[in-house]
Write a protein that binds this ligand. Structure first.
Ligand code: NAD
Length: 737
């Protein structure tokens, strides 16, 4: 009995220990070879009279990262190739292919011998589904333990029995939340949901699993016995009538029905719970195959799994640059951003010099980390010892000489050219000559900031998003003179702090800020068109944006938007076209001092955590027209089309050069409708010709800002897509999913 990815050893008591340890990967994942192995393993255990039961354990720190989604991508590609010629055969192949794992797990569940899974570290997706198919589960009592079914986050749902088993084991409400939100559970939560049976120290996992088997683990699952009762009772029952309509309402509230993954998940659960297990799994598989075929799932898998992984692994890193080990970073400005950057750096084990104008300000920046760590300790996610260790890495000071041995210095002082110039000069006087200097500016072109530098080759933009500890994206900006060495340093640093980088060329607002401003602007233009404010906000959320455009304007700060508009007007001179936007912002900021959330007054009034649309909006923009005069679908499209169009322009200007970065950056940076796969996937999915036609229609109806750019018009003529015309240049070899 030999397998590619597993070893099996049977002890004197007839308990087989099956160890999953993939030779060429740092994490166990489910790929075709693992499926082949598992299929055979179950037969071998079932047919070997010497084996009474089996423990499935991992030879690695974690149990499993889940299925390798590139496998599903391959299935889908075959489906799309075949479907025009032989639609039925194509659908059958997709259905059969995508349910193979589910059938193997069911075979394990019903083979007649008990299996116990021991779980450490991450247990995700298909790994969790394997554990649930086993007859008992022992989890490690360890801070690093997490169990989850995160498939909805990439547009899918758990399709290897996860939906059916969770809902037959856990309380209905907790189970639905776990499935629909794709959240991860710690060991105690998993136990209280009855998804694991025992929690023991990591070293005792296998021993405990064997003890369980020796004491007798039932090889027949409760749902395969007569008289099984669902934890929440039948779907068609008084309790069910209360529960399921509410579940559907919550689904719609959370997703606006934009996501086929959770939509079909609900179908699979409601229909599956009314059937015996084998049929229920068949229903789950049918909906899974349906979801797989949706453009939303393809786009989300591509952007949020494949592309994101490639970018994280350094797809844009210059290959000829030696890797940098970043030991120490300097941070200038210990304000909101500087303090956050200090925290994520120290968390990654990097020493930090945190500089501000006064010792008090520098200390305040350091205390931000203290606050975050205190919260983490309160939630059981950190310890006093870890806190002290992290804080000891941050040297809060006013002394620029402390920058002498930094590999990288990041400035996050006020958004003011002169101040940035002064600190650049001061820092460079103290830094070693090969160290890299980065600016965290949100809008000022890097090339012009680099003029203050005596070594512009070493000058680069590293643009973080707030709050730094939560936002996963970092936008790297290449100035005209920025060297590949500086880029490699920036990317190595971003990798060290475990964030996702995109690399863009210099321009005003770079990529993300520029597109975000068009979203806010479109919201203001709608106000000027007479659209009721609440309808604008709803249109934004219904389109899939995390917040409406007016809300985002308040968050970004209206006075900042006004500053940017004024600066652009000054730069463009006579070429600047005045519009209703200028009047609204001027009225809000200059005349009424409504700056947004930061002074508690913007398009919303803020009282504590609550916010309400400001009733005075009509005094600024005029009385709104009746909601019925506007088409809500068109308003949603306007908001998305405007952002996608701006992205296409930025792409044409070569500020963006990689389609993956446009898509990943738009979702992680500003939450662009994740179901679309990102700004360029949005255009590709609609079709370039249709997109251009829509832009032309909007130009006639709403103004020249919707005029499609030349690149788009040319692509529309030939029917090209962004991914077809500009395939990603570097494909990074996958090491571990
Ligand atoms: P902030 O006002 O909170 O912090 C700026 C800090 O710089 C203050 O603590 C100030 O005392 C310090 N400072 C000013 N002059 C200094 C000097 N000469 N030497 C040392 N320290 C000095 O501002 P912030 O929101 O943290 O923004 C900082 C930078 O980050 C700006 O360039 C901003 O555009 C950019 N940024 C901000 C955000 C955001 O959401 N706030 C997002 C991305 C980028």
């Amino acid at each position: 009995m030999t397998y590619k990815n597993f070893t099996i050893e049977t002890d004197a008591n007839g308990i087989a220990t099956i160890t999953w340890d993939m030779a060429d990967k740092s994490m166990n994942v489910i790929d075709l070879s693992v499926m082949e192995d598992l299929d055979r393993l179950v037969d071998d255990v079932a047919n070997d009279d010497a084996i009474k039961g089996a423990v499935i354990t991992s030879g690695k720190a974690a149990f499993s990262g889940g299925a390798d989604l590139t496998m599903l991508e391959g299935l889908l590609q075959n489906f799309h190739k075949q479907k025009s010629k032989e639609p039925e055969a194509a659908a059958r192949a997709l259905f059969d292919g995508s349910r193979k794992l589910s059938l193997i797990y069911r075979k394990l569940e019903t083979c007649g011998k008990p299996f116990v899974a021991t779980l450490t570290g991450a247990c995700m997706g298909g790994g969790t589904e394997l554990a649930l198919a086993c007859h008992a589960r022992v989890a490690a009592d360890d801070d690093g333990f997490k169990m989850g079914l995160p498939e909805v986050k990439v547009g899918l749902f758990p399709g290897a029995g996860g939906t059916q088993r969770v809902m037959r084991m856990a309380d209905g409400q907790q189970g639905m939340q776990f499935l629909l939100q794709g959240r991860t559970l710690r060991s105690k939560q998993a136990k209280s949901m009855k998804l694991v049976d025992e929690i023991v120290p990591p070293k005792k996992l296998v021993e405990t699993a064997k003890k369980l088997l020796a004491a007798g683990v039932d090889p027949v699952k409760p749902w395969d016995k007569k008289g099984f009762k669902l934890p929440n009772g039948k779907v068609y029952s008084p309790a069910g009538f209360q529960f399921w309509p509410a579940a559907n309402a919550i689904y719609r509230r959370e997703t606006f029905d934009n996501y086929p993954g959770p939509r079909y998940l609900l179908h699979a659960v409601v229909e599956g719970l009314q059937l015996p297990m084998d049929l229920a799994l068949q229903v789950e598989s049918r909906y899974f195959a349906k979801v797989l075929q949706s453009p939303e799932a393809s786009n989300m898998i591509r952007s949020l799994f494949v592309s994101m992984q490639e970018l994280n692994k350094g797809a844009r890193r210059p290959v000829d640059q030696r890797p940098n080990k970043i030991k120490k970073v300097g941070i200038l400005g210990a304000g909101f951003m500087g303090a956050g950057i200090a925290y994520v750096s120290a968390q990654a084990g990097i020493d930090v010099v945190l500089i501000d104008r006064s010792q008090e300000a520098a200390d305040k920046g350091k205390s931000y980390s203290e606050g975050l760590l205190a919260k983490a300790i309160h939630r059981g996610r950190s310890t006093e010892e870890q806190k002290e260790k992290l804080l000891s890495r941050i040297n809060a000071t006013t002394d620029y000489d402390a920058l002498g041995d930094c590999d990288l210095v990041i400035e996050a002082v006020f958004e003011d050219r002169e101040i940035k110039k002064t600190v650049t000069e001061q820092a460079e006087a103290a830094m070693k000559s090969r160290a890299i200097f980065a600016s965290n500016t949100s809008t000022l072109p890097i090339t012009s900031l680099a003029e203050a530098s005596s070594r512009p080759k070493n000058f680069i933009g590293i643009h973080f998003f707030s709050p730094v500890d939560k936002m996963m994206l970092v936008e790297v900006i290449m100035g005209k003179k920025t060297s590949d060495r500086a880029l490699a340093m920036a990317l190595d640093y971003i990798k060290a702090i475990k964030k996702t980088p995109i690399v863009v060329n210099d321009s005003r607002g770079f990529y993300t800020s520029r597109v975000v401003m068009t979203y806010i602007r479109e919201g203001l233009m709608m106000l000027a068109d007479g659209v009721p404010a609440a309808m604008i906000e709803n249109a934004g959320r219904m389109a899939g944006m995390p917040v409406g455009p007016l809300s985002l304007g308040d968050e970004v700060a209206l006075d900042l938007a006004w500053k940017i508009v004024s600066a652009t007007r000054k730069d463009l001179g006579v070429k600047y076209v005045e519009g209703p936007l200028d009047n609204i912002l001027e009225e809000m900021v200059v005349k009424r001092e409504r700056f947004g959330r930061k002074n508690g007054k913007g398009f919303y009034d803020y009282a504590g955590r609550d916010k309400k649309l400001w009733p005075g909006i009509p005094d600024v923009v005029g009385q709104p027209k009746p909601a019925e005069s506007f088409n809500i679908d068109e308003l949603q499209q306007r908001l998305l089309v405007m952002q996608a169009l701006e992205t296409a322009r930025i792409f044409e200007e070569k500020c963006l050069t990689d389609v993956r970065e446009a898509d990943v950056g738009s979702i992680l940076g500003f939450g662009f409708a994740p179901y679309s796969g990102g700004t360029l996937s949005y255009i590709d999915t609609m079709g370039t010709t249709e997109f251009v036609d829509l832009c032309k229609k909007f130009t006639r109806k709403w103004g020249p800002r919707f005029k499609p750019n030349k690149l788009l018009r040319d692509m529309a003529k030939t029917g090209d897509t962004f991914y077809g015309k500009f395939p990603p240049v570097v494909a990074v070899k996958d090491e571990a999913a």
